[in-house]
Ligand binder design. Sequence first.
Ligand SMILES: [Zn+2]
Ligand SMILES: [Zn+2]
Length: 209
Amino acid sequence: MLKIEKLPLGPIGTNCFIVTDEGCDDCVVIDPAWDAPEILGRISSCGSHLRAIWLTHAHFDHFGAVAGILQKHPGLPVGLHRLDFPLYQAGGGGPAWGIPVNCSHEPTMWWDDIDRLQLGRFQFQVLFVPGHSPGHVAFFEPESGSLFGGDVLFQQGIGRTDLPGSDHAELLNSIRTHFLPLPEHTIVYAGHGDDTTIGAEKYANPFLV
Ligand SMILES: [Zn+2]
Ligand SMILES: [Zn+2]
């Protein structure tokens, strides 16, 4: 089974996901939003082995705990899309909100080079879904029907496109091209707020219908 634990963390309650293959207890952290001790404490209390950090995009509220995790796990792979790297280096936009973020630990895997990721026996597809940010990606695992969508699609909402580097038309195109064709029962684990499904949003999301 794929175990998915959601931790809303940080100044704007960004969802961090600890995703574990219960068959081997290997786990990854998707968007370590904030509070490395909290995240690492959850992982160690489950007896899991942390294998990588996967970032959907480089806004500060999605990677605030990267530095703290890497201090405890030097050499842990961290993935990001290269088109979001300038945003990462700029502190993910945090300084504009008066929130400095430690971005000294740079990514080591690039999603522009990788379209499949393995976690135990589960294989995730890396979907390139720009619009909210230039290099935004999502992670889709077909067997469990799980989509880690970052800030692309929310319950009854879509990602902000009033930020530097955002593009509203590109975001809608990403959703229509890569999200809506997925099976309707696919669970969307969004970067903020509650989970939803592709089917629910396809028929009732005011930005899409
Ligand atoms: Zn964002
Ligand atoms: Zn966000």
